[in-house]
Design a protein around this ligand. Structure first.
Ligand code: BGC
Length: 408
């Protein structure tokens, strides 16, 4: 059954609204009024509780001398995320384990140079079209657009210079639910072959409930495909700590979109029943990863799009449960919810140990997994898939929540 092509990206604008713009450090203190009585001596204080907010520091320079920044977002429990304005990349994310110890659960580097040199999209926002468009072309309103092919004959994650390789404008913002950073860019008409000038804003909010909320808002002046997602590589045991085979995954999906050679979808929505892609009950990621099922051979492991089960009666602009993953040794858990109809679950099959990360450890094959909430790959060429075409006057809006916790 074809699913509705009308799954919109319609979050109420109010849900995305930010309270104030242009604040460089959200940490603030109220000055005493000029006529206030002299302050009483301050008693000795206990070690300071982590101060929620956003601070900025240098992340190095690009080859042309442009300075790149990194912003540190901290919540009330000391959970900390760092993101740079180069590629809107999340460079670190420290969350507690079952003993309360913070550990960095995303792969990445310490300086911008390393991202420029060699990065398989670590932590970046990918677009204008996350994942693949077959043959690097599509036809819209009778016109065929040729895109940049950067993955054999196909285009992947926006082309040669996708959003992961652009410098974004970063602005710390105040939101009622936590520390937030807003990142914006303009992608010109014709960039990588895509039609229309696209203005995109991505807001990262690190909430005091230990969730990372990612809001996407885009506008175009011509009809164009848009499919933007976050490409963090997670290892809940810690970045660089072995493989993710022992993580236990549950994906709330009865169906997936099978692929052919080159990882381009065939156009079917197939049942996961009886395949290694059936994660409807929690299963170790490594349990069936070496299966000879044709889809696993094509992907070299998991590298597929699952079709999220949409709760009956729930509007398409609401957050649907996507997946839950746990790491038994640390107890860390990650739950993902999204307004997107699909998720690319990719198990780092192309990592091979040649990239050495921020704590000097090699990033080995299957040393991390990505959870890329998205519309389906190759949608512009697949009439049965929900549409990814965004038109002038109808904004692209999308939200995904990554909620961190512990199983004790
Ligand atoms: C894709 C993989 C690709 C990886 C890039 C994933 O989103 O599905 O096929 O190799 O990104 O590193």
């Amino acid at each position: 059954m074809p699913i509705s092509t009308a799954l919109p990206r319609l979050l109420p604008l109010a849900a995305l609204a930010v309270a104030a713009l242009g604040v460089i450090a959200c940490q603030s203190s109220t000055p005493a009024p000029a006529d206030a009585p002299p302050a009483a001596p301050t008693p000795p204080v206990a070690p300071a509780a982590p101060k929620a907010g956003v601070t900025k520091s240098s992340f190095g320079t690009l080859a042309d001398g442009t300075a790149v920044d990194v912003y540190t977002l901290t919540n009330a429990h000391g959970v900390e995320m760092r993101a740079t304005n180069y590629g809107a990349i999340i460079v670190s994310l420290k969350v507690p384990d079952k003993t309360g110890a913070l550990g960095d659960v995303v792969l990445g580097y310490n300086k911008v140079d390393d991202y420029v040199k060699d990065s398989p999209y670590f932590g970046a926002i990918v677009g204008r079209y996350g994942n693949r468009i077959g043959g690097a072309r599509f036809t819209l309103d009778g016109k065929t657009y040729q895109l940049t092919a950067n993955d054999g004959v196909n285009t992947l994650h926006g082309g040669l210079k996708g959003f992961d390789k652009l410098l974004w404008t970063a602005t710390p913002v105040t939101r009622p639910d936590g520390a937030a950073l807003q990142l914006s860019l303009t992608s010109k008409d014709g960039d990588e072959g895509y039609p229309g000038t696209l203005q995109l804003t991505v807001t990262y909010t690190l909430t005091d409930a230990n969730a990372l909320v990612i809001d996407y808002l885009a506008k175009t002046d011509k009809a164009t495909p848009v499919n933007v997602t976050s490409h963090s590589y997670f290892n809940l045991a810690g970045e660089g700590v072995g493989t993710i085979d022992g993580h236990v995954m549950q994906i709330h999906a009865d169906k997936y979109t099978p692929v052919a050679k080159g990882l381009i979808p065939t156009g079917e929505l197939a049942s996961v029943e009886g395949t290694p892609l059936d994660f409807r009950t929690p299963t170790a990621i490594g349990a069936r990863i070496a299966s000879t099922h044709p889809q696993m051979v094509l992907g070299g492991g998991y590298d597929h799009n699952w079709v999220t089960n949409w709760p009956a009666g729930m509007a398409a602009d609401k957050l649907a449960p996507v997946l839950r993953v746990t790491e038994p040794t640390t107890g860390r858990t990650l739950e993902v919810e999204s307004t997107e109809p699909g998720v690319q679950f990719y198990t780092g099959n192309f990592l091979d140990g040649h990239l050495v990360g921020k704590s000097n450890r090699p990033y080995v094959k299957r040393g991390a997994f990505c959870v890329e909430t998205q519309h389906f790959p190759d949608s512009p060429n697949q009439p049965n898939f929900p549409s990814t075409i965004v038109k002038p006057g109808a904004d692209y809006q999308s939200r995904t929540v990554f909620r961190f916790g512990v199983d004790k």
